[in-house]
Write a protein that binds this ligand. Structure first.
Ligand code: NAD
Ligand code: UD1
Length: 337
């Protein structure tokens, strides 16, 4: 039986594929390369020496997706495919709602039709909105401030209702905190297009000389040094959480929610200093205004993932910075054209 990976060519999907292939799992992968390149899949093969079936399919194309299920024995799915840029989601809400929600509805309907009722879904800490306190546990109230976050909340809701209607479903909702870093080989990593929105890709491009200076968005937050605090997690640790989640989904039915973070909050300046320490490179930065919508602090209580899945993050912040830089050094233009 195979696991369907949607969005496998993307940043987190490609790292998860490596862990699953190395664990001997059979994979069928779909992606439409909306935000990724075929080369990442070639790199996954190179790292693992293993193969998998790939379909260039858009989740919005119901018939094409249905055909993937007709041609393969798929019993579960790890669902990464979706658009993920917060700013873009505010400018193009219909694109985000249609792609993320309709894509997921098609997927779930087809899975149900083929009797594949196990799904691990990529949610985000963004569903906690502006948390009243930290660390965040899974039972915190949910809210969000942008269309991207709304799609995550709506999909969580859809999956909840799906399980309520048919309790043969096994649903694992993984709420990622801030994934960074890259595989130790330097063969796969994050490949943002244009100017990076997120902190680590930006710092990495400053370190490599591609950008002049990091803008630190505000130093008047209610945090120890005034800059925003987040829970950064190595993408390989995050990938390993998916293996644990799918193993659990194979043994129980139900719907479960897990924070996937380290439980440690680092400020923007902590990250700058960790990056300098890990790479020996000075990171130029300047303090600028706050970025609208940003919150003071966001970090997980990851105990449930440890207690239930037996998963815990292993890499520290210097590992994350070093591996980001290694990927950048080996791939100055990402996966290229
Ligand atoms: P990514 O953009 O690198 O990967 C997503 C993949 O999905 C891409 O390869 C893209 O081409 C594909 N895709 C998008 N729409 C598709 C469609 N309609 N049909 C087929 N393929 C489609 O993103 P990522 O960082 O790997 O994130 C994976 C998932 O995790 C996303 O759902 C994202 O929202 C979620 N997430 C990411 C982060 C993060 O910081 N990276 C944090 C929390 C949650
Ligand atoms: C962002 C997304 C969030 C998503 C998460 C996953 C936004 C508003 N939120 O969260 O939905 O789930 O990524 O990784 O995009 N910073 C700078 N300078 C920069 C970039 C960032 O100072 O050039 C600061 C930010 O103000 C923040 C921290 O670095 O305090 C982390 O920012 P970022 O990497 O964008 O992640 P989040 O905002 O936490």
């Amino acid at each position: 039986m195979a696991i369907l990976i949607t969005g496998g060519a993307g940043y987190i999907g490609s790292h998860t594929m490596v862990e699953l292939l190395e664990a001997g799992r059979e994979l069928v992968v779909v992606d439409n390369f909306l935000n990724s390149k075929p080369e990442s899949l070639e790199r996954v093969k190179k790292i693992t020496g293993k193969n998998f079936k790939f379909y260039e399919v858009d989740l919005l194309d119901y018939d094409a997706l249905d055909k993937v299920f007709c041609e393969n024995d798929i019993d579960s799915c790890i669902h990464f495919a979706g658009l993920k840029a917060v700013g873009e989601s505010c400018a193009k809400p219909l694109l985000y709602y249609h792609n993320n929600i309709t894509g997921t509805l098609n997927l779930c309907e087809i899975m149900q039709k083929h009797g594949a009722k196990r799904i691990v879904f990529s949610s985000s800490a963004t569903v906690y909105g502006k948390p009243a306190s930290v660390p965040i546990t899974e039972d915190f109230p949910l809210s969000t401030t942008n269309p991207y976050g709304e799609t995550k909340l709506m999909i969580e809701r859809i999956l909840k209702d799906l399980h309520a209607a048919d309790n043969e479903w096994s649903v694992s909702v993984l709420r990622y905190f801030n994934p960074i870093g890259a595989h130790k080989s330097g063969l796969i990593g994050e490949d943002p297009q244009g100017i990076p929105n997120n902190l680590l890709p930006y710092i990495t491009q400053v370190a490599s000389g591609k950008r002049e200076c990091l803008s630190v968005f505000g130093n008047d937050y209610n945090t120890p040094d005034g800059t925003g605090v987040r829970d950064y997690i190595h993408v390989v640790d995050l990938a390993k959480a998916h293996l644990k989640a799918i193993e659990r989904a194979e043994t129980v039915t139900g719907i479960e929610y897990f924070n996937v973070g380290t439980g440690i909050g680092y400020s923007v300046l902590d990250i700058v200093h960790a990056y300098e320490k890990a790479t020996g490179i000075k990171i130029n930065y300047k303090i600028v205004d706050r970025r609208p919508g940003d919150i003071d602090e966001c970090y997980a209580n990851p105990e449930k993932a440890y207690n239930v899945l037996g998963w815990r993050a292993e890499n520290n912040i210097e590992d994350m910075c070093r591996d980001s830089y290694n990927w950048q050094l080996k791939n100055p233009n990402g996966y290229g054209d």
